[in-house]
Design a protein around this ligand. Structure first.
Ligand SMILES: Cc1cc2nc3c(=O)[nH]c(=O)nc-3n(C[C@H](O)[C@H](O)[C@H](O)COP(=O)(O)O)c2cc1C
Length: 604
C-alpha cells in the first residue's frame, strides 16, 4: 500500500507541507484572538470540503502566530496521518494485529496494547543538549499565559480557552502515562481549568491522587507533529500510552524529553509546554464554553491547573481549533478514530461489518452499525456489547442494519427505517452513562438509550406486523393535511412530509415533521397524544416534533436537533405501531428541570 509520509518531525514541517500542497491560507493582517480568529475559522470550516488551514501571522497582544483548521478536510487529515484515505488507517491496524496474533484470551481483550507493545513504536528519549520545546524557558514571575494567542471562541464563552492541548498525566498506581485532549480555560497568568470529563482517563488518574491526598504533576503540550496531536484525541484503553499510537501512525517513535519543573515527559519537538500541577482538593467553576455539540456546555466545577513553567521553541506556532455545530475540524479527527478503531471493534464483535458515526450526531449521540446477523436478537446483543465498550458506551442511539445495507449511506438507512420499522417491536430502551456534553437527559451524565433494530427477521424471531397501507383515496394532500392538523391541534405551525409526496412517495412510508409552539404550557406528551389521535395521520408511523423556528426543509438541521435534543425514554411517545418523537427544546413542562444550553451563534 502506497502511503504519504506522516513522519513529520514537528508542527512546522506539517505546516510547510500543507502550504506546498496549497492547503494553507496565510492571513497577514493583524487579527484578534477575541472572536475574530474564531469567526474566520468558522466560515472556513463551513466552506466546501472544510476549506483551508488558516495561518494567522499577527495576533493582537501576542508575539506568537496562530494556526487553526489544520486537520479540517479529508485531504489534510490524510496528510496528517500519512494515508490517502482514512480507511487505510484501519487496514494498517488490521495488518499489525495479523503479525502479532493474540496468544491468549487476555491478549484478545487488550489486542491493541499487545500489538503495539511488541513493535517498534515505543517513545524514545531526547539525547541532544537542549530540546526544541525548551529553547525558551519562563518560570516564576515570567510565567504569563496572557502572552499566548489563546482564542476566545464564542461570544458567551467564560473566557479564552486552549482548545488543542495534549494533557500528559501519569497513573499513581501503575506509572502508565496518559495523554488526553481536555480544554483549558485560562483564568489568569498562571492558572487554567482542567476540563477532563468524569469518564476520561485523566480524571481517573486524578482520583488516584485525590485518594492519596497528593499533588498531581501535569504537563501540557500545545502544538506537536500531527500524529501526536491526533493521538491525544483517540479513545485508547486506559493502560495504553497514546505516544505509542502516535509512533505507530508516524512509523517512527515520538521523541520525549523531561520537563524542567515537574517529573513528567513531553514531546521534545512541541511548540509550547505548560508544566505544572493539579491540587487534589481545589476545584473552580469552569465554562460555559461553545462546544462541539453546537451548544454551550454549561459551567461546572473542575480541577485547577497551576502552571509552574512555560517553555517553548524559539519561534513557536500556537495551534488551536474551533469546535461548534458540525461540520468543524474535529469531525475529521473523529472520522479518523472511527476508521482506525473498526478492526478493534471487529476483534471484539466479529459480526460487525462496518459502522458510521454521523456528524449531525456529534459523535456520541448516534451510531449506525451493520452486522452479519446469524440468530434471534443478534442485533440487540450487539447493542448491549457496544454500550459496554469504552467511549462507545456514551452513545445514546444505536441503529443496527444488515450487512447488505451500507451504514454510511443515510439514504439506505432511512429507506430501511421507512419500510421496515415496527415501532412496537424494534425499539429497545435501556439506561446508561451519557457523555458529559449530552443536554437532553434530565439528569447529567446518565439517562436513557435507544436501540433501533432494522435488521431482517430470522427464524425464531417474531415477525414484524405488516404495515397497514391506507386506501388510495385516504391519502391526503399536504395542503389538506396542514389545514386539518393546524385546525385540530392548536400550537402546530408547520408540517413537512419526508420523503416529499411530490417525489413519488405514496404516503404510507413517510415521516411527518411538525413545527409546534413549545416550550410553554404544552408538553411533548400532550402534543403526541393529540397527533396520534388524528385519523388523518394514521399513515405516519413516525412523527417528529420541532420548535417553531426550525426550518424543516434543512435535513442536516432536523437530524442535528433530533439527535441532540431527544432523551429517548422521555421523548418518544408510542401508541401501538406509531410514535411521536419530541425533538424540541425542553423545560419544566416536560419535567426537564436543569438548564437547557444556548445554541452557538456569533450574532448576539
Ligand atoms: C478538539 C477536542 C477537544 C476536546 N475537549 C475535551 C474536553 O475538554 N474534555 C474531555 O473530557 N474530552 C475532550 N475531548 C475528547 C477527548 O480528547 C477524548 O475523549 C480522548 O479520548 C480522551 O482521552 P482519554 O481517553 O485518555 O481520557 C476533546 C476532543 C477534541 C478533538
Amino acid at each position: 500500500m502506497k502511503r504519504p509520509n506522516a513522519a513529520y518531525k514537528n508542527l512546522g514541517e506539517f505546516v510547510t507541507a500543507l502550504e506546498r500542497a496549497g492547503e494553507l491560507k496565510r492571513i497577514r493582517r493583524q487579527v484578534s484572538a477575541h472572536l475574530e480568529i474564531s469567526r474566520l475559522t468558522d466560515a472556513e470550516s463551513k466552506s466546501p470540503q472544510g476549506g483551508k488551514a488558516l495561518f494567522f501571522e499577527r495576533v493582537t497582544d501576542s508575539p506568537f502566530p496562530a494556526a487553526t483548521n489544520l486537520f479540517g478536510s479529508p485531504r489534510r487529515i490524510g496528510m496528517a496521518l500519512g494515508v490517502e484515505h482514512l480507511d487505510q488507517l484501519g487496514e494498517r491496524v488490521r495488518d499489525l494485529m495479523e503479525i502479532t496474533p493474540p496468544g491468549s484470551f487476555r491478549d484478545m481483550l487488550g489486542l491493541l496494547p499487545t500489538a503495539l507493545s511488541v513493535t517498534r513504536f515505543f517513545p524514545r528519549r531526547f539525547r541532544g543538549q537542549t530540546p526544541p520545546c525548551q529553547e525558551v524557558v519562563l518560570q516564576g514571575e515570567d510565567v504569563d499565559l496572557g502572552q499566548l494567542p489563546v482564542l476566545h471562541c464564542w461570544p458567551k464563552d467564560a473566557g479564552p480557552f486552549v482548545t488543542l492541548p495534549l494533557v500528559f498525566t501519569r497513573s499513581l498506581k501503575t506509572g502508565v502515562r496518559n495523554v488526553g485532549m481536555y480544554r483549558l480555560q485560562v483564568f489568569d497568568r498562571s492558572t487554567t481549568g482542567m476540563h477532563w470529563h468524569i469518564h476520561k482517563d485523566g480524571s481517573n488518574y486524578y482520583n488516584e491522587y485525590r485518594r492519596a491526598g497528593r499533588r498531581m504533576p501535569v504537563a501540557v503540550a500545545i502544538g506537536a507533529d500531527p500524529a501526536t496531536i491526533y493521538a491525544a484525541t483517540a479513545p485508547l484503553p486506559r493502560n495504553l500510552d497514546e505516544m505509542m499510537l502516535a509512533g505507530f501512525i508516524r512509523s517512527r517513535p515520538v521523541t520525549m524529553t523531561r520537563c524542567l519543573t515537574v517529573d513528567m515527559e513531553v514531546p521534545a519537538e512541541a511548540e509550547f509546554v505548560l508544566e505544572g500541577y493539579v491540587d487534589p482538593d481545589e476545584r473552580r467553576i469552569e465554562g460555559p464554553f461553545g462546544d462541539h455539540t453546537g451548544y454551550y456546555s454549561l459551567a461546572d466545577e473542575y480541577p485547577v491547573f497551576h502552571v509552574t513553567a512555560i517553555t517553548h521553541r524559539r519561534r513557536p506556532l500556537y495551534c488551536a481549533t474551533l469546535v461548534g455545530r458540525p461540520p468543524m475540524e474535529d469531525c475529521y479527527l473523529a472520522k479518523a478514530t472511527e476508521r482506525l478503531f473498526l478492526p478493534l471493534l471487529q476483534a471484539a464483535f466479529p459480526e460487525i461489518e462496518d459502522y458510521w458515526l454521523p456528524w449531525d450526531g456529534v459523535f456520541h449521540n448516534i451510531v449506525v452499525v451493520s452486522i452479519d446477523k446469524a440468530y434471534p436478537l443478534h442485533a440487540q446483543q450487539v447493542m448491549s456489547g457496544l454500550w459496554g465498550q469504552g467511549q462507545m458506551s456514551f452513545c445514546k442511539i444505536i441503529v443496527v442494519v444488515d450487512r447488505d445495507v451500507n451504514p454510511q449511506d443515510p439514504a439506505q438507512v432511512i429507506a430501511k427505517l421507512l419500510t421496515q420499522l415496527d415501532v412496537g417491536a424494534d425499539l429497545t430502551f435501556t439506561q446508561g452513562v451519557l457523555d458529559v456534553l449530552d443536554h437532553s437527559s434530565p439528569t447529567p451524565i446518565q439517562g436513557s438509550k435507544l436501540g433501533v433494530d432494522l435488521t431482517a427477521r430470522v427464524a425464531g424471531e417474531t415477525p414484524r406486523r405488516p404495515i397497514q397501507k391506507p386506501a388510495e383515496k385516504a391519502r391526503p394532500s399536504l395542503d389538506r393535511l396542514e389545514q386539518q392538523v393546524t385546525a385540530r391541534v392548536p400550537g402546530v405551525v408547520g408540517l413537512r412530509v419526508f420523503p416529499d409526496a411530490r417525489r413519488g412517495n405514496n404516503g404510507n412510508t413517510a415521516l411527518l415533521m411538525v413545527n409546534v409552539l413549545k416550550p410553554g404550557d404544552r408538553s411533548g406528551r400532550e402534543y403526541a397524544r393529540q397527533l396520534l389521535d388524528l385519523d388523518i395521520l394514521t399513515a405516519f408511523r413516525v412523527i417528529l416534533l420541532y420548535d417553531a423556528d426550525i426550518d424543516l426543509d434543512n435535513n442536516s438541521l432536523v437530524l442535528w436537533k433530533l439527535f441532540n435534543n431527544t432523551d429517548p425514554g422521555r421523548d418518544i411517545h408510542i401508541a401501538e405501531a406509531r410514535c411521536v418523537v419530541d425533538a424540541c427544546k425542553k423545560d419544566a413542562s416536560d419535567g426537564h428541570l436543569r438548564e437547557w444550553p444556548d445554541e452557538l451563534t456569533f450574532d448576539v
